[in-house]
Design a protein around this ligand. Sequence first.
Ligand SMILES: [Zn+2]
Ligand SMILES: [Zn+2]
Length: 311
Amino acid sequence: MQNLTVDSNLIHQAIHMTAKDALTRRPALSDLIRPFVDLFFHKAQCIAHLSTHTRLGDLQGAHDRLLSGIPVFTTLQLASWQEPLEMAFGWMLPAIRETFPAIDGDIEAITASYRDGGLQLVVLSEEYLDGSFKHYESAAQSIGVSGDTLGFVMSTVLSAALGSFAPKIGAEMEDVPWSKGNCPICGALPSVSFLAKPSGNAGEFLKDSGGQKFLHCGLCGHNWRINRHICPVCDNIDADLRIYLAAPDHPGERVDICRKCELYLPCIDLRERDAMPHLDTAAVCMVHLDILAQQQGFRPLSNLPWNRIEG
Ligand SMILES: [Zn+2]
Ligand SMILES: [Zn+2]
């Protein structure tokens, strides 16, 4: 594979180590975890490829939008982002076919619709990011696939395209304050959170014990800091209404639950880990905690392809 950077090799290593660690502890989850892990490998390659082939588009006004509380890509016209979206589509659709052979026929139909000019990649991307999904049902019907499958395909394509820009945009917008529960880059709700290790920069009188909370965007990959005592969705700060569930054999993993909005979000305590995991892989590998939380009647903060647990 050409144009792979050192970073993508590091990401591959992190994906591999995170999955290996989880599957050693929970081999029964292998069939569920493996396809997503393989898809993350493909996405990391696609992001590395896009990063070297595309330039950051015009983000005029992005600073002002963020200062007014609007994420960079929400309600943005994406016509100028057509090329990276097409490259991501061309890279990720064969990857989905390979990793999820059960929907091979659907992926073939979606690819054919795109080639015939029926699938409006830019329009569907804009609607995904602004949350309106106006044309999804009609587009899915005309292709002959389910709305869920089309949504999964579009989230995979967008994730690869946005993932190549998010680090650059995040670096440019670093000085803009953002304390909301949704991603400042793409507007998506987080897929997982983490508690940071101590930074090693503690002042003389202030002990830095780590534990600052960050949210991770499963769509564009951006991480941002949030007050750890607040629910990222409903802003609940009542400690009595915030609980967590953890499996007794692994204290570094838990789900944080808000009893006010009844939503939960998996959380990884990096103070309990030697190395930084690959966060998307780690989120999939915590599906046993998704099951535990959903059995108790709570709903996931983000609907992700692996956390739809039937029954
Ligand atoms: Zn994002
Ligand atoms: Zn809440």
